[in-house]
Write a protein that binds this ligand. Structure first.
Ligand SMILES: C[S@@+](CC[C@H](N)C(=O)[O-])C[C@H]1O[C@@H](n2cnc3c(N)ncnc32)[C@H](O)[C@@H]1O
Length: 233
């Protein structure tokens, strides 16, 4: 299994260094569930390691072996264990049933068709115990964001550049990331919040909340949406 993240596994943490606003939110959800927690698209453990450090078991799935290697190093440095498994979030290699599945930092945007999204959501549902919850965040770019960033190299962190090429008709973003030690290009696809809600309901979830930010402010429009959904009966 190869992944566009393999080439930037060492760059990922410096690239996402300023993304901290979601960590407390997911940690709170993990505490509330009691664990174990499955994280789909666990990456380098930005969220999983703090949860594991809180004493909650985490099973982390990712299609990038290189990202998982960095995650294992990060967990070792923190003195915690995360159960890391290479796999696709549409078919997560998890036999356990858990009270919480999370998919932070827009990882669902790596799925490009409704069939793939339905497959992923059906798999999440199957992983959850009755009453279990799925918590994730996605984004839906606004016209202003697109206009400001389209096809421009922007320095996101010192020495780390990214270029976003937006296709508003196909609703895809082609994102290139370049740093001193690596470069990659990845394709993301977005939906409207209404479409996410419809897919959740269609696949057997009851939407509990749709927030506009990680402080649990209700969604009233804007680029980010943060969802909590309960497995329906
Ligand atoms: C934006 S990163 C998020 C990483 C981590 N959750 C975080 O919050 O920092 C997206 C992650 O999803 C993984 N990913 C992308 N597509 C995937 C797929 N189909 N199955 C499993 N993992 C996938 C990538 O390898 C990457 O590690």
């Amino acid at each position: 299994m190869s992944s566009p993240y393999d080439a930037i596994a060492e760059l990922y943490d410096p690239w996402s260094a300023s993304v901290v606003e979601d960590v407390g939110f997911y940690l709170e959800e993990a505490r509330r569930s009691g664990g174990p927690v499955v994280e789909l698209g666990v990456g380098t453990g930005r969220i999983a390691v703090p949860i594991a450090a809180d004493g909650i078991r985490v099973i982390g799935i990712d299609s990038s072996r290189a990202m998982l290697d960095v995650c294992a190093q990060r967990a070792a440095l923190a003195g915690v264990e995360v159960d890391l498994r290479v796999g696709d979030l549409r078919h997560p290699p998890v036999a356990e049933r858990v009270p919480l599945v999370i998919c932070p930092f827009r990882s669902l945007l790596h799925l490009h068709s409704d069939d793939d999204r339905r497959q992923a959501l059906a798999s999440v549902r199957a992983l959850l115990v009755p009453g279990g919850r799925f918590v994730f965040d996605v984004f839906t770019p606004g016209a202003e964001d697109i206009a400001q960033t389209h096809d421009r190299w922007l320095e996101r962190e010192p020495g780390i550049f990214e270029r976003a090429v937006w296709d508003e008709t196909a609703r895809t973003l082609t994102l290139t990331v370049r740093g001193p030690d690596g470069e990659t290009t990845m394709a993301l696809a977005w939906l409207s919040p209404g479409e996410w809600r419809a897919l959740l309901e269609e696949t057997g979830f009851e939407v509990e909340a749709c927030y506009g930010w990680f402080d649990r402010t209700p969604f009233t429009g804007g680029d980010d949406s943060v969802w909590t959904a309960r497995r329906g009966l």
